[in-house]
Write a protein that binds this ligand. Structure first.
Ligand code: NDP
Ligand code: MG
Length: 388
């Protein structure tokens, strides 16, 4: 009998978390669940923990510990609550951890998982954008394996010459262009949260869906790629590809371009990280290129999508610029989803925060979190001024 692998899923109730559970639950003999975490979704968390016979279920919102205990009554699942309890669950050291909390809220738990030197599948791009240098160094020191889940980075990982980065001329990230790819900018001023979260190709959580609509997501992904694939900040490019079939490419010095393709279903990259270095079967629809018919590519329009330009500038400047950009964006996207600001205000707020707050690069995770908190405070003030 082969040993069961122990698994923890941070953000188990989200889009990536439930896709991960879907794969894991198809093979209950292979995996043993250590911990599942969520922020407020007690019912979703408790149901998943019961189904998978998890050892531990953690809810981030401390006020929800009583309902969680109630929902788990009669099961063997232990309950805990609070942000510290999530980080402690991550530190239990499962063989494989899915980091799928949204936002820099995922930074401490992801760092705790990396500290164990096991495998961390990383979906939580915001933590890498915010503290990428610290995170990749911590992974190296602990001997942890960091596997990218984000479809573009997972694609690059599969095409990348890990043994010799000097073979790489460019890393080319594809972007679907989001739901407003062809929309004139004056119309964008009136788009609603419901329109912005309706992505043409991918089904995702609300925050990343809005990021895909502004193209900030592609900007965050450029920064993410620069931390994962050390070829120099000037070697990354973005190309818009509306069909989302080519998930990204690596261009070599000899002119060869390797691409990874597939249907747009996050279970493929998740499965890649779950089975790596092997492969496993998935329920994903096979890619039928004849049915797709054609693959289109176009340059991104930085005039209509200025968020991408802001992120490119933050990547080039380095230091704490990406962390400030990311924190401001999280606050502005939350305000847009709440109906407090318009769609085009998101990038205006990020721009204002970058103008007003320019701290030195963080030397520790505590410093990174302090920069994140201060940038959020500046962003909240900018948001209030925007709504006044
Ligand atoms: P969702 O919003 O669907 O899920 C987020 C998860 O994080 C939920 O389990 C949520 O719990 C939990 N959570 C939310 N806030 C906190 C907090 N403050 N502390 C702890 N846990 C929290 O997001 P997605 O699954 O779409 O995205 C997760 C991450 O993966 C993001 O960083 C995103 O950018 C990245 N990603 C997502 C892709 C996708 O296809 N969805 C593709 C590539 C990357 P609760 O349900 O209780 O609120
Ligand atoms: Mg992506």
């Amino acid at each position: 009998m082969t040993m069961r692998r122990t698994i923890t899923i941070l953000g188990a109730t989200g889009s990536i978390g439930t896709s991960t559970l879907d794969l894991v639950e198809r093979d209950p003999e292979a995996f043993e669940i250590v911990a599942l975490t969520a922020q407020r979704d007690v019912a979703g968390l408790a149901a998943a923990a019961r189904r998978t016979r998890a050892r531990l279920a953690v809810i981030g919102d401390e006020t929800l510990i009583a309902p969680l205990r109630e929902a788990l009554a009669g099961s063997d699942v232990e309950a805990a609550a609070g942000a510290d309890a999530i980080a402690e669950a991550a530190a239990l050291g499962a063989d494989w951890t899915m980091a799928a909390i949204v936002g820099t809220a995922g930074l401490r738990p992801t760092m705790a998982a990396l500290g164990h030197g096991r495998t961390v599948a990383l979906a939580n791009k915001e933590s890498l954008v915010s503290a990428g240098a610290l995170m990749t160094e911590a992974a190296r020191q602990a001997g942890a394996t960091l596997l990218p889940v984000d479809s573009e980075h997972n694609a690059v990982f599969q095409c990348f010459p890990h043994h010799d980065v000097s073979q790489v001329k460019r890393v080319i990230l594809t972007a679907s262009g989001g739901p407003f790819r062809t929309m004139p900018r004056d119309e964008m001023a009136r788009v609603t949260p419901a329109q912005a979260v309706k992505h043409p190709n991918w089904s995702m959580g609300a925050k990343i869906s809005v990021d895909s609509a502004t193209l900030m997501n592609k900007g965050l992904e450029l920064i993410e790629a620069h931390h994962l694939f050390p070829v120099g900040a000037d070697r990354f490019a973005v190309i818009v590809h509306p069909q989302s079939v080519v998930h990204s490419m690596v261009e070599y010095v000899d002119g060869s371009v390797l691409a990874q393709m597939g249907t747009p279903d996050m279970r493929t990259p998740i499965a890649h990280t779950l089975a790596w270095p092997k492969r496993m079967g998935t329920p994903c629809a096979p890619l039928d290129l004849a049915e797709v018919g054609r693959l289109d590519f176009e340059e991104p329009d930085l005039g209509r999508f200025p968020a991408l330009g802001l992120a490119m500038a933050a990547l080039a400047a380095g230091g704490a610029r990406p962390a400030v950009l990311n924190a401001a964006n999280e606050v502005a996207v939350a305000a847009f989803l709440d109906g407090r600001i318009g769609f085009l205000d998101i990038v205006l707020i990020v721009e204002k925060v970058l103008e007003r707050y320019d701290p030195a690069p963080p030397a520790s995770i505590d410093e990174a979190l302090a920069i994140d908190a201060e940038a959020r405070a500046v962003a909240r003030t900018a948001t209030e001024l925007q709504t006044a």
